[in-house]
Design a protein around this ligand. Sequence first.
Ligand SMILES: *Cc1c(COP(=O)(O)O)cnc(C)c1O
Length: 382
Amino acid sequence: MVSNRYAVMESLNKITISAGALRHNFAVCRHHAGDAGILAMVKADAYGHGMIECAGIFVEEGAVALGVAEVVEGIKLRKAGFTVPVFILAGIINQTSQAAVENNLTPVVVDNSALGELNKYARRAGKEIDIHVKLDAGMGRQGTLPEGIVALVKEIDAYPCLNTKGVLAHFPMADDRQSSNSDDVLETFSSTARLIEKEIPHHCMYHIANSGGLFYVRGAQFDMVRPGISLYGCYPDGETGRQAATKNLLKPAMCFTTSVIQVRNVDKGVGVGYGHSFFTGRPTTVAVIPVGYEDGYLRKLSNTAQVLINGHRAPVIGRISMNLTLIDATDVGPVNVGDQVVLLGPQGSEEITADEIAGWMDTINYEVLCLFGHMNDRVFID
Ligand SMILES: *Cc1c(COP(=O)(O)O)cnc(C)c1O
């Protein structure tokens, strides 16, 4: 249940975000970053963790810049009072140029199509603005290829109110440590940087590393790094990364909890929930929880996911409905209405990770965090 101004009380379903974990993860990233500055990625409402609160923590910890995808997100940061550079990483188009300039956001441009508008609004505002250029160094998604980059930088610098301040690229598979792709992309990025430095007299800054680049690709730091998922306590390669890490472990910042709202003793051989997709194979204690697919607990998790009750794992049985899910709580000891149920996070000595849920959902931890965080009330704890 998403909060709104008509909310009258706290929802039973709650996302808690640990500020301490966020600070710890920032410190781990800083350790890997060396002398490079940290641009903290807070797009997608900080991967579901709350953009304004997270940005506040990361800036306090020393982030030199913040990164979002779209101008509207950047405006929210400015309205909240942030003064550090805010990068619009999905790029600027004509329609978003004015708002980007007026809110002092740092435009990332992918080609020359919005330069005229950017220059126009910069001139109107009586200022010069810093532009960062997105190079496609092998991502194959967005940006300008290496052969076009010098011309683009020269075109930017020919506008009186625009200055190329940086060149960035993005790794397509930095999370895959077995792949040689990142070394190829890094080489393309480095050689393009050398070419720019040779052809164009002023110095720009260079940045390429996402979390995978920062943790796994040697020499990818350059002037600035752009971690996202690692700030929130997950590894870009999920459980593989967590298992392989030996020190400075990242701490997951998000937990998702709810409460039992009914306990039922169900006979053997009873079909439970929509479609009777599960029949009890024994007399079963069923705990009902007020979580469903509207809370991001996807129907795909039916008959698959596990939750924690009394510090023990208990399986989801039957179909997840819009607002209700059934748990086989037979083996977890006494269960009562009001007891805490953990869907994501630790309880006792057990823990359910975003990676594990991602496995059940056939996706990646990023999507689990966005989904749960966007669809539920959040509280910050320290
Ligand atoms: C999202 C994003 C990042 C951060 O990626 P993570 O894998 O979450 O660390 C960095 N750079 C760009 C351009 C991005 O879009």
